[in-house]
Structure formats: C-alpha cells, structure tokens
Design a protein around this ligand. Structure first.
Ligand SMILES: *Cc1c(COP(=O)(O)O)cnc(C)c1O
Length: 386
C-alpha cells in the first residue's frame, strides 16, 4: 500500500527505449516528459546502463569518510562549465541541493557566530522543493498550507525588477530559476538577469540559481546560466544529472564557507550516482559537440510552433528554451483536457503553472519519435473541446 500523495495515470510501463515506453499490454507511448526532466539520455540507455552496471559490480557505496574518485571526477566536470574556481557538494535531490545552498548562504551571512544577514528573496511562481524550508522558499501560497510553522527569513518578489524593492540590510541571497519550470515554463529576460547579477554583486548579496530543472543541457547549454551568460555564486542541480539515478549537486565559488561537520549526506555523491553523472555528462557533451542536440532542439521547436499555429483555438503562445518547452493554453480546463487526451493517444506530456502543457523530452529523442509524438498530439488536440 502506498500513501496517497500522487494522482497517477492507471498504466504500468514495463519497457523503455529512448523516448518510447511500452505498457504491460504491449502498447507504445511517446515520452515527452522524461520522468519530469530526469531521464536526459533516454530510457534503457546502454552506455549509462553499462557504466552503472560496471560500477555496481565493484563498489556502490563507501561513505564520505573516504575519498571517492568518481565524485571528484564529476565535480571537475561541473566546475569546468562554471567559469569560476569552485567546489561541489553532492546530495540526492533538488530539494536537498537547495537546502544546501540556503545553508551556505545563511552561514555566509553570519559573522563570528552572530547572525547578521539571513533573508532570502525568491520569486512568485517559483518552485524550490518539498522540504519544510524549500516549501517556504517556493513563492506559491498553496505550498504554504498545513506544514507550519515554517522557518522565517523568506520574502517573495513579483518579478525580477521587484527584487530590488525587497532587498534590505538583512538580505543575504536571492534564489531564482532562470526559466521557471513548475511555474509554467517562464523564461526571464536575459538583460534583466545580467543586471540583477551585477547589482547583487555590488551589494555582496548572493545569487543562487536553482538549475535543478534547467541544468545539464536541458536548455541546450550545460547550465542555463551559460545561456544567460552569468556566473551565479551558487548553482543547484539534480533532475537530469544522473539520467534517473538520484543525485543532486551544489556548485559554488564559496568553497570555504562550510567546514567539516557542518553539512553532510549519507548517500550524497556515492560511487554509483556519481559514476552515472559522469556518463550522462559525457554522452550529452558528445551530443552537443556533434551538433545533434542543437538539431533536435530546432526540429522540436519547428513542430511546436507548427502545432501552436494549427490550433489557435487552444493555444496562446509557445515558451521555453532547448528541450524545456511549453504550449500555453487559453485556460486551465483546456490544458487538463489536452493532457488527458494526449495520454489516450499515447503521448505523455506534463502540466505546469496554471495553463501550460509542458514538454521535457529526453535530450536524445530521435526525429521519428518527435514526429510520432506530435502526430499523436495532433489527434489528441482534434478531440479537445474548447
Ligand atoms: C524538481 C525541482 C526541485 C525539487 O527537486 P526534488 O529532486 O524533487 O527535490 C527544485 N527546484 C526546481 C526548479 C525543480 O524543478
């Protein structure tokens, strides 16, 4: 028996190959969700499977009392893309990565044991996780029900410009997504973000960028921060990094803030998850270098724009970058109906925000899977009643 925390589709998948899933009756589905942006190199990826398998036959876990070679290797990959000297802390999920970022910020704001600055500004419509403090960091009132009392020290800005109104002498950090994912796939303006980065730097307020969803090539670049040409003080990662093996990471230039014993994780950065992370990053780096990833992104974009034009009765606009995309519908009932109909036509899509149909396909999706998925989506859309 399971706790009733999810409303699930009544389907059991028993086989997966790249962006295609097979249920127990043998019916195939096109997966435009990759398990909410997790299965970045597709289902049943042989290289990833072999890497994990080899690692599992040797050492899965040792503990962070000893050096872990794949952890050091993955840290180097993450720091190389960061464009600053930095360090990495590994954990197991996005919420934990954000918790770690908040702890680094709070400690940075403390001077000789005295709390000087502790406030963290986040944005309305954001999503930062399900622990008590990351729920509080999430700028959506519906997440602030039931579980209080919540920790103090969070405030919410309406948009990037409004952040300046919220900064005060107690503010230690601003935490944002560059493209809000759960909030509806809403990218922020690049110039506004670059200006925010330099303003915060002037005031010695940390910029934490939650890249749990946008990180590891989801937007076409390794970090969305690369796309926005910024170098945040702290970047948090999780979803796509392990290709489905649970892993979270914090990348930061603040390498001296946390001292031994002040933070830790039993499972964080173990041999298995970091070996998976290395393989995922290596596969995707190759896809990027060969131009395959950019081609897929373009192809997907063409299809998305086409379908939005074909169904102006349902859609307002197309949003997002890379393979983190959405179709914005006129209203939430339409959106919910589309997701249901799409499932009936055997193409999996996600919801986001109040009215977005979200697409997070594997970054390795083939053009024939894209074709098939959009054909099915069209059949589904033709059946949607306005
Ligand atoms: C999914 C997500 C999280 C939470 O990650 P978990 O691994 O579920 O804890 C945090 N931030 C963003 C932007 C996310 O998309």
């Amino acid at each position: 028996m399971l706790l009733n925390t999810y409303s699930r589709f009544d389907v059991k998948f028993i086989k997966g190959k790249n962006a295609t899933l097979i249920d127990e009756e043998g019916k195939d589905y096109i997966d435009f969700t990759s398990g909410i942006g997790v299965v970045s190199v597709g289902h049943g990826n042989e290289r990833l499977a072999n890497a994990i398998c080899e690692q599992a036959k040797n050492i899965i876990h040792i503990s962070n009392l000893y050096r872990i070679p794949p952890q050091e290797e993955l840290a180097k990959i993450l720091v190389d893309k960061y464009k600053e000297n930095g360090g990495v802390f590994f954990c197991n999920s996005g919420a934990e990565a954000n918790e770690t970022a908040l702890k680094i910020a709070r400690k940075y704001g403390e001077v000789e044991g005295e709390i000087k600055r502790y406030k963290v500004i986040t944005l309305e419509n954001s999503f930062h996780g399900r622990t008590i403090s990351t729920l509080k960091a999430t700028g959506q009132p519906k997440f602030h029900q039931y579980f209080g009392p919540f920790p103090d020290g969070f405030d919410y800005a309406k948009n990037i410009k409004d952040i300046y109104n919220k900064l005060d002498d107690k503010t230690i950090a601003v935490m944002i997504e560059l493209i809000q994912g759960e909030g509806g796939v809403n990218p922020f303006d690049k110039d506004e973000i670059k200006e925010l980065e330099s303003e915060l730097k002037k005031r010695d307020i940390l910029l934490i960028v939650d890249e749990v969803q946008t990180g590891i090539y989801r937007t076409g670049e390794f970090y969305a921060s690369n796309l926005y040409e910024i170098t945040p003080d702290i970047i948090t990662l999780a979803k796509g990094l392990g290709g489905g093996v649970p892993i979270g990471a914090v990348v930061t230039r603040l390498t001296d803030v946390l001292k031994p014993g002040e933070h830790g994780s039993t499972f964080g950065g173990n041999y298995l998850s970091t070996r998976a992370g290395i393989e995922v990053c290596t596969i995707l780096e190759e896809e990027k270098t060969k131009g395959n990833l950019d081609k897929r992104i373009e192809y997907f974009d063409d299809k998305l724009v086409e379908i939005a034009k074909e169904f102006p009765n349902l859609f307002d606009s197309v949003s997002g970058y890379g393979l983190m995309r959405a179709l914005k519908t006129h209203k939430s009932q339409i959106r919910d109906e589309i997701i249901k109909r799409a499932f009936e036509e055997r193409v999996l899509v996600l919801k986001a925000g109040s009215n977005s149909v979200r697409f997070l396909p594997p970054l390795t999706i083939t053009s024939s899977e894209i074709d098939e998925g959009f054909d099915r989506l069209k059949s589904a859309l033709a059946k949607v009643e306005e």
